[in-house]
Design a protein around this ligand. Structure first.
Ligand code: RUB
Length: 325
């Protein structure tokens, strides 16, 4: 029996955990890539051992970060097919190469989805717009970059996104492309909202009722946008929709170390102080105008239909045991 996952899988899992690999779509593609590495590098002597090695790799990857639904969905995409092929009786080398193909297909589909979202989303950007965004979403950035490439002229406000400052990544990417960008502290979002024409953010997860889970602070920005009657758009590939929420599961909100917020010295000097660091929040569907997916633009209320099309009504109960948290 082999049951030793490849060092590449452990490295990718660690990079997801410590956020060297971050952002829901990059996390999903990296997980698929890790399974691909496992398939190609596993020392399994037969297909039984290979499927066990893949399962172990999948389990390690699943427990790296809890909120981005793209991660279990990417793993489900590869592993459900891997199990089907294994049960069909594929021999070791055939199973190996088929799993590699499936993982490659997921990565390709994910990249295409972002392209499509950029196409659909850029149509919503108009000349003269002031667009606010939060955190760093490759899908939201792709929309803005596409619109700029198409010749639309607009400005962007990017929140810095405490405590990890992913907003600086957004500001840097967009401004390097020539887009005028203003970087603001997160708490200034409402101050600027009256001048904003639309908000575009990404998503880590979309629930069956159309609620969107994204970087902490997103729901406050949505609230401010709602108050100011500013459109609030979400850019999300369909593999960020959570089938588990069809059966009432709640999406787990990741809590990270207080040391991302304050330093060790501050904690030692204030021993009675508690610092909490939830890194995502839930924006209710009532504050969301549209969700831009690669299949088209939908109102949040149609999230359940996307889930039904992707996974079927009873998908969650059919999940393989190892994918259940
Ligand atoms: C990133 C974040 C992004 C979504 C969407 O959080 O909240 O808005 O993941 O990103 P973190 P994308 O930095 O904690 O991973 O559109 O690139 O999938």
């Amino acid at each position: 029996m082999s049951f030793m996952v490849s060092p590449e899988v452990l490295r990718i899992a660690e990079d997801i955990r410590n956020m060297k690999i971050r952002g829901a779509s990059y996390i999903a593609r990296s997980a698929a890539q890790a399974l691909m590495k496992e398939a190609s590098q596993s020392k399994a002597k037969n297909s039984d051992e290979l499927i066990m090695d893949l399962t172990q790799a999948a389990r390690i990857l699943l427990h790296t970060r809890p909120t981005a639904v793209s991660l279990p969905n990417a793993i489900r995409y590869v592993m459900v097919r891997a199990y089907q092929l294994y049960e069909k009786g594929l021999l070791l080398e055939d199973l190996r190469s088929e799993v590699i193909k499936v993982a490659e297909k997921f990565i390709e589909t994910s990249k295409m989805a972002v392209k499509k979202i950029a196409e659909y989303g850029s149509k919503r950007i108009e000349d003269g717009d002031l667009v606010m965004t939060h955190c760093h979403s490759t899908a939201a950035c792709a929309i803005l970059l596409k619109a700029w490439e198409e010749g639309k002229r607009f400005e962007v406000i990017s929140t810095e996104t405490r405590p990890r400052y992913q907003g600086r990544i957004t500001a840097s990417i967009l401004s390097r492309a020539g887009i005028p960008v203003t970087l603001i502290v997160d708490s200034a979002a409402r101050f600027f909202m009256e001048k904003v024409d639309k908000v575009i953010v990404g998503a880590d997860a979309v629930a069956a009722n159309g609620a969107v889970v994204n970087k902490i602070g997103t729901s406050l920005i949505a609230l401010a946008a709602h108050e100011a009657r500013v459109n609030f758009f979400v850019a999300a590939e369909t593999y960020k929709f959570s089938p588990e929420t069809m059966l009432g599961s709640l999406i787990k909100i990741e809590e990270r170390s207080p040391l991302e917020v304050v330093d060790e010295k501050f904690l030692t000097e204030n021993p009675n102080l508690r610092v909490l660091n939830p890194v995502f929040d839930v924006t209710p569907p009532t504050y969301i105008d549209i969700i831009i997916t690669e299949k088209g633009v939908i109102p949040p209320g149609a999230a359940i239909l996307v889930l039904k099309e992707e996974f079927g009504w009873f998908s969650a109960v059919r999940l393989p045991e190892f994918l259940k948290f």
